[in-house]
Structures are given as structure tokens and as C-alpha cells.
Design a protein around this ligand. Structure first.
Ligand SMILES: *[C@@H]1O[C@H](CO)[C@@H](O)[C@H](O)[C@H]1NC(C)=O
Ligand SMILES: *[C@@H]1O[C@H](CO)[C@@H](O)[C@H](O)[C@H]1NC(C)=O
Ligand SMILES: *[C@@H]1O[C@H](CO)[C@@H](O)[C@H](O)[C@H]1NC(C)=O
Ligand SMILES: *[C@@H]1O[C@H](CO)[C@@H](O)[C@H](O)[C@H]1NC(C)=O
Ligand SMILES: *[C@@H]1O[C@H](CO)[C@@H](O)[C@H](O)[C@H]1NC(C)=O
Length: 328
């Protein structure tokens, strides 16, 4: 079984406290400790000497570093700003070192915590600068690397909160908070604010309201607002399932009907939806032009009737001629 090698850090600054395998922040503006003791724990018992590394290299001997005889305790006194860094201890013979801990003299890296991950237009948003331990740490905010001032819809209700009221599209961007002490400052990672728009009511756009049989037809679900909208289509109240004749393009924003057939005539509607709602268009009627059977039958009948008339007329005139000839 492997035993972990880990640390205890003791600050002797009146009250002792320790941390284990974590970041250790020392706020030099806050009554800093006179010394720090790093203890190498859980070395296998037959390992008599601990080795120390700082920022990946073996720790050089320094007058303000003191080791216990087994080198398992390292006391740094007096503490200097240049002692900040990443420390680990371990065993050379075992070739194993502890997880490092960071000794820092500036604020720990803050993080931005939003009051809501769904930043919907018109709503309010609070961004909190988190992970700040000392109240004396100052916080400033920036968007796209430009410092934000308290103005109009932007306020700072507390030292750590940026409050944005009635979100607008222009509030999109990369926000950071910066924690500052007189010894330096630390910036959070970017927090991306993306404004979502609920879908507004769509309308079905047709190239032509009448389409000839066997042609292709394209219908578009048009709408003004709606972030990452997805679309569904209905014909005569029934959901259209994409198929090789009903082709959905751009998540269904366009519906293309290939080789229109007579039953495709009907009433079409589309819906646009995202996480913030669904809206459905008014119905639109599509007519399919086709050569109907009745038209064909009527045409044939008319032609036949005309032919018969011609025959009858011809017979009549022929008859009359022969009667007139006989009369003479
Ligand atoms: C290491 O430091 C701790 C805390 O100060 C102490 O209790 C312990 O005896 C020390 N160990 C050695 C070997 O000096
Ligand atoms: C933002 O923070 C302020 C101050 O803490 C609070 O009054 C407000 O309700 C918060 N707003 C939101 C949207 O969380
Ligand atoms: C911030 O940058 C993003 C692109 O990175 C841009 O879309 C946004 O409009 C910018 N915001 C402001 C307020 O300039
Ligand atoms: C689209 O969003 C803007 C900004 O919120 C709003 O002013 C507008 O009324 C919306 N349009 C529609 C059709 O919903
Ligand atoms: C309909 O679209 C298909 C596929 O895009 C194409 O092959 C075909 O020629 C089109 N037909 C007509 C009548 O435009």
C-alpha cells in the first residue's frame, strides 16, 4: 500500500492554524505571521531524511530556513515575499514527492460566480467575486479587459458584487474580477456572459403560396428573437417528421419538400423554441397546382361532343344536299 506524503503547515503568528495539501495564502496586509513551518508527514518510517523542492527545484540552503535534524520540519523565519512559491517534500530514494502547496502573499485567485447561468435579456444578474477571504481585499471588475465603473445599470451593492439590472445584448462579454491588496493583485478567469433571447412569434415564409406538382418547395420559419432556436413543423395539425422528401435544413429553420405531391397541399405552421419558451406561427395555406382527372375527363368529353356535332352537322348537310338534289 502506498502511503501519501503530505504537509501540515503551521503559522506561528500568535494563533496557530494549519492547512493540508492546499493553497496557503498569507495576507501581508493583515498581521502576517513571523514564521511558517512546513512539516513533511507520512514519510515511510525507514526514510530518515526528507528532501524539499520549491517551484520544481531543490530548495537552496538559505540563512532564514531552518530544518529539524531529520529535515522533516522546515521553518522559514522571518518570512519574506520571495518565499512565495510551490513547495513539496518527499524522498529521493523512493523518488516520490508530495502534492505541492502554494505559499502566496497576494490574494488567492478569485472566481466569478453568477446568480444565474441563464442570462436572459431583461433580467437582473449579480456576479460575485468569490474565494476572497480577507475583508480588506479590494475588488474591481472588468469586461473585455476594460475596467467597469458604477454607472446606470451597473452597481456594486457590496465590495464583492457587480449587479447588472435589465440585461441587454450589449452586456455580453468576458468579465473578470480582480482581487487587490497592497502587495499585488490576482485576476479571476474570464466569466463569459452571453445574453439569451426567448423566441418571438415566428411566421412561415413561402417562396410561392401556389406550387406546381413535382417541383420543390421551401418554407422558412422566420422570427426576430430567439437564441439557439430549434424548429418543428406541422401540417394540418400533425407533426412533420424529417424524411427524404421532407428535409430540415439549419435545425429546421428551413423545411424543403422535394417533389411536391398533391397531398402536400394543406395548412402549415412552424414553432421556434429554446430553453426560454416556444412560440408558434399563424397557419399558412399551401396550394398545389396539378392537372386533375376531372379536367381531363371534361376535356375528352368536350372534344368527343364537338366531334359528334361535326359528324352530325356533316351528315345533316350531306342529307340536305341529296334531298335538294332529289327535289330538282
Ligand atoms: C516539527 O514541528 C512540530 C510543530 O512545531 C513539532 O511538534 C515537532 O516536534 C517537530 N518535529 C521535529 C522532528 O522537530
Ligand atoms: C444581487 O445582490 C443584491 C445585494 O446582495 C441583492 O439585493 C439582489 O437581490 C441580488 N440580485 C440578484 C438577481 O440575485
Ligand atoms: C466583448 O467581446 C465580445 C467578443 O469577445 C463581443 O462580442 C462583445 O460585444 C464585447 N463587449 C463589449 C461591451 O465590447
Ligand atoms: C426582440 O428583443 C428585443 C430586445 O429585448 C425587444 O425589444 C423586441 O421587442 C423583441 N422583438 C420581438 C418581436 O419579440
Ligand atoms: C429538387 O431538389 C433536388 C435536390 O436538391 C434536386 O435534385 C432536384 O433537381 C430539384 N427538383 C426541381 C424540380 O427543382
Amino acid at each position: 500500500m502506498f502511503s501519501y506524503i503530505w504537509f501540515i503547515v503551521i503559522l506561528s503568528a500568535g494563533s496557530n492554524f494549519y492547512c493540508q495539501g492546499r493553497e496557503l495564502e498569507i495576507h501581508l496586509d493583515e498581521n502576517p505571521p513571523k514564521s511558517v513551518t512546513l512539516m513533511c508527514m507520512n514519510l515511510p518510517y525507514d526514510e530518515t531524511f526528507a528532501e524539499w523542492k520549491k517551484d520544481g527545484s531543490f530548495l537552496p540552503e538559505q540563512p532564514h530556513h531552518r530544518f529539524s535534524p531529520d529535515r522533516k520540519n522546515l521553518t522559514i523565519s522571518p518570512l519574506k515575499v520571495r518565499d512565495s512559491g510551490r513547495y513539496s517534500c518527499g524522498s529521493l530514494t523512493l523518488k516520490r514527492f508530495s502534492k505541492p502547496i502554494d505559499l502566496t502573499f497576494i490574494p488567492a485567485k478569485p472566481s466569478v460566480e453568477p446568480s444565474s447561468y441563464n442570462q436572459v435579456v431583461g433580467q437582473n444578474l449579480n456576479l460575485t467575486c468569490d474565494q476572497i477571504k480577507a475583508p480588506s481585499v479590494g475588488v474591481t471588475w472588468s469586461r473585455n479587459d476594460t475596467r467597469l465603473q458604477s454607472k446606470d445599470r451597473f452597481t456594486f451593492p457590496t465590495n464583492r458584487i457587480l449587479a447588472i439590472t435589465s440585461l441587454e445584448k450589449e452586456d455580453e462579454g468576458k468579465y473578470t474580477c480582480i482581487a487587490t491588496t497592497k502587495y499585488g493583485s490576482t485576476e479571476s478567469d474570464y466569466f463569459n456572459v452571453a445574453i439569451f433571447f426567448p423566441c418571438s412569434k415566428p411566421s412561415v415564409q413561402l417562396q410561392r403560396a401556389r406550387v406546381n406538382e413535382h417541383n420543390n418547395m421551401s418554407l422558412t420559419c422566420q422570427h426576430l428573437n430567439g437564441t439557439s432556436a430549434r424548429y418543428t413543423w406541422n401540417k394540418n395539425g400533425h407533426r412533420i417528421i424529417p424524411s427524404n422528401r421532407f428535409v430540415f435544413l439549419d435545425r429546421g429553420h428551413n423545411l424543403v419538400i422535394l417533389g411536391v405531391q398533391r397531398p402536400d397541399q394543406g395548412i402549415y405552421q412552424c414553432s421556434a423554441a429554446n430553453a426560454f419558451g416556444r412560440e408558434t406561427s399563424d397557419p399558412v395555406t399551401v396550394h398545389v397546382n396539378y392537372k386533375s382527372n376531372t379536367t381531363w375527363i371534361v376535356s375528352v368529353c368536350v372534344v368527343l361532343a364537338l366531334l359528334m356535332c361535326a359528324v352530325v352537322a356533316a351528315a345533316y348537310f350531306k342529307c340536305r344536299k341529296s334531298i335538294q338534289a332529289a327535289d330538282k
